[in-house]
Ligand binder design. Sequence first.
Ligand SMILES: [Zn+2]
Length: 314
Amino acid sequence: MRSFTPRPRALAVLLAGTALAFSPLGGSATAKLPVDQTAGVADCFTPSGASAKGGHGPDTRDISAAEQKAIEARTAQLLKAKAGRGVGVPQGALAAATVPVYVHVMRDAAGNGDVTDTQISQQIAVLNTTFGGQESSAAANTGFTFSLAGTFRYNNNQWHQDKQSSTYRKQTRKGGANALNIWLVDFAYLGIATFPWDYARQPGIDGIRVHYTSLPGGSATNYNLGETATHEAGHWFGLYHTFQGGCTATNDEVADTPAQSSPTNGCPTGRDSCSLPGLDPIHNYMDYSYDSCYNQFTPNQSTRISDMWTAYRA
Ligand SMILES: [Zn+2]
């Protein structure tokens, strides 16, 4: 049986044809990581061979500022066009929807990697709590709720280890652009997500892959309260990491999440990694903190979720 050492949710974004790189802390080399063969994926990986938890440095999303800008421009264009056709909500209003969730439990041939139906319903409850802004008085209620639409169990050694992931996702994915598909696997990541702006190009692989031990009651120490799925769903809704872009004003395109230079590990109160205003948003679901440290999406993240939903998933 393969052992799993949880490490912080690390970052990489793959756009078509781009390479993925990270710079280990304390090392000068830039290593190329194995990448998924699919384009348009936000990887929250845990590079194998990294030192102790938090020992690898700021992974940088391999997306240029120009690409990020292009995504923003395209989103604005789509929102304008949809508003002109009366699609979506009036400007300034927040979209809201109940998201059907399909859970795919990718067990190995011997049945390892299973989770209970109770864990799955607890996971759905965590999504509703976190997107409902119920973990902090500072948290935004995004207006989105989640409803379990189906649970499917498979026995396949390859799929269990997230091999042939494009194939298995295309074969098993359910629902349309508004459906959140969660594949529970055993891999070297806590989770991986696709972005909403890539749905039109690759609808068959849309969704999130999550380590099965990260569900509530799972064995992933410090990451077993189900908030990896919240983090990955945040990407699925179009949120970047709070450390996207590092110490820049643009940062994650969200004004009320202070810039931070790198992912957070653990729950270091008072962390302030940029000279720009504000402490690091270590409690934000889009950082890499421990599950127990997480407690919020911000109001502006909620707005971004709403806009992205309207542009790409409504
Ligand atoms: Zn992430």
